[in-house]
Structure formats: C-alpha cells, structure tokens
Ligand binder design. Sequence first.
Ligand code: FHN
Length: 440
Amino acid sequence: MLKKLIKMVLAVLLVFSVSFTGVLGMERTASQEWFEDAKFGMFIHWGLYSILQGSEWVMNEAGIPVREYEKLASKFNPPEFNAGDWVSLAKSAGMSYITVTSKHHEGFCIFDSKLTKYDIVDSTPFKRDVMAELAEECRKQGIKLFFYYSLLDWHHPDYFPLGDTGHYSDRGEGGNWEKYVEYYKGQLREICSNYGKIGGLWFDGWWDKPDADWDLQGAYELIHTLQPDALIINNHHRKPFPGEDIQEFERDLPGENLFGFSGGAAVSQLPLETCGTINDSWGYNKSDHNYKSVKELIHCLVRSACMNCNLLLDIGPMPDGKIDEQFRKRLAGMGQWLKENGNSIYGTRGGPYAPDKWGGATWKGSRIYLHVLKPKSTKLVLPEISSDILSVSLLDGTELETVREKGKISVNIPKKIRDEIDTIIVIETKGEGPFYVKGK
Ligand code: FHN
C-alpha cells in the first residue's frame, strides 16, 4: 500500500516537472513574486546620446572620440524634463516598474556620482540628479525604480584593455582594470545608498568582455547586502549566473533567438523578462519611424505573459526631456486595453496550455485565461488538464459552446465573437492552479 502511494506521488511529481516550464518554478523570494505578478515595465534610454538623436550607440557607430563626445555634456539642459510626467505615463500605460539607464555604454551618469565628474550634476548646465527625481516620484506614485547600469564604459580611462567595442573612441593605450572594477562597484554602492529603496539593478555590457574578471559575485553581494530586496538582472545573453534573480531576454521571447542575442541562453527556472522597443531603437532616434501598432504591442505583452515572462517596453525621451507623441499614443492604447483586460495578465502565471501560433494561456487561482490572438479555425482543441472544467465563457460571461471528447475539450470560437486584438476565454475550473496538461 505504502509502495503504491509512493509510486503515485512520484508519478505526479514527474508529470509536474515535465509540464510547461514556468508553471512551476523554483522557490521565489517575495521580490521575485512581486516581479512575476507585475508583468509590465517601462524601459527608458536617456543620456547624452539623445542630443545627437541617433540612438545610444551613436558614439561608437559614428566613431566620435571621447574628447569630442564629452562636449555634449555642456549642451545637456532639458527644459521639459518632468519626473512626474514620466512616471504618470508609465502608470497610465499599466506598467508597474521603470528601468532607467543611469549609465549607458557612453559612460555618462545621469545620477550624481562622487566618483566621476562625468555626470549630470557636475558637468551639465542642468545640474539636477534625474535619478533622484525619478526615485522620489516613483515612491510617490507607488511604482518601483530599477537602475540600468552598463558595465561596459566607452569613456572611463581604466576600462582597459578594451573589449569588442569602443575602438574608435581614441582614449589612448593604458588603464588599470582593477581600478575600473573598483569604480563600478563604488558606483553601485552609491546607487544602493543614495536613492532609498530601489527595485533592483539591471546590468548590461558584460558581453563586451566576457573573459574579464568583473568580480560580479562581489558586486552582487554588495547589492544584496545594501538592498536585500533588490532584484539583480544581467542582460549578458547567457544562462543566469549565481546571484541573479531574474533571467533577461532581449527582443526575443524565452527560448527564441530571432535577433541573435539569446543563442547561449537556455530558459531557466528564474522569473523571466524580455525587453523590447516600440520602434526599432532604444535611445531617441529621430529617423526611426518603424513603430509597432498598439495591437502588435499588446500581442508582445500577452505572448510574454503566456510564457510566464514580463515585458519591459522601451521609450527613448527626446533631448529636451519630452516623450514623443508616437510613444505616448501607443502606451495610452495599451493602458486602455489593460484597464479592461488586466485581470487576465496581472498576477497570472503562464500556461497550462503551451503557447502556440494561435496564442496561449495564463492562469490565476481557479481560472485559466485563453488568449486567442490568431485563431487557426473556429475551433480550439485543448488537451485535458489536471482539474475538472466547470465552465467556458468570454470575459463578459457569455458561455461558449464546447465539445468534450476523449479527454480533450474543443471550444467553439465563431468569427462573430472574436475580438480584434485578443479573444479572451475564461475557463473556470474546480481546483486551483498550478494546473498541468495530462499525459505530458
Ligand atoms: O547595447 C545595448 C543596447 O544599447 C540596449 O541598451 C539594449 C537593451 O537591452 N542592450 C544592449 C545590447 O544587448
């Protein structure tokens, strides 16, 4: 009898472990749970590069030497910058956190650092600590602030030997790598000490020198000591390193590698995030008009949620601090959609049905939400799951015709009931999630 029971428990555990990844993960800290519930964040790329209006790689791409590029600081004086407006924009788009480039690859800091003069307070006529104003405003409006921090630095004299990029910046030969590592860790100490409680650190640029001794473990320990609840994210395009709390993907959904950044990254059991753009650029680029539609952006968000993954959607503010109307319009559209349909996104987890071309599923409590984005036919055939299904309806309660056969359930989705963006179908079940697909 005992043997039989053990066998049964083992069988159930096996089914759970091979069920759709992300439904069941490793244990979560409270911050990781918050993150997975939050689902949607705003990415902001802003620095000196915005003045040149050609995206954040302009220094490297145009081969601008450090001494020339530095002069941009004296022109940085954005009269329209308003932290309250930026944070309100994120909130009205339905976003729960903001990640801002406190230092991008150009090396210029938009926070006040005592470790360099190459920052917004010491070397611009503006003289205001943008990160401090944003931190204050985020606290007021109940939104979390993450600091993006580029490990790669095209400006710092000790960032030497150079990595794969920054070879035209004409900085001369020489520099002390250990001093650079002390510099960046010193800045992390400032970030973790001077801005109150932060959401976390979002690193980038490690890929420029993958073989260097970055002392990431030392850096992570420092952050976790000074800000125990802060989440550490590193966009290194590899599988997560020890001490990281979230796995990042760039422009791809977990498991995809359409853009060539995610080749070395198997999907881990950590909470997941993917970052993407509204047009094709991160930093402000006046000649990039290739905007995604509201529908396409909502589909990015929904497809991410169905994969148990957050979406960090980027805007690049203009040099005067304004946010382009093209971004605003799209964010407003997403916010409106989330107001009506947010229950099927926030606080959910991906699955139990594996995502496919037609869409995917999210679940919360006893409800499963099917997100039908591109129906293949008027019927959706779903495999049996671990809980009995009590009803199948649209969000407004309209019951849908279903046929149950050999354990499968097929749901009728006639054209007339379809939503232009996302036909959301609610499956009410007898039990509570996590659910799993039987026989998988
Ligand atoms: O080089 C950067 C790029 O400028 C941008 O910041 C993106 C955002 O994920 N990350 C880097 C490329 O991986």
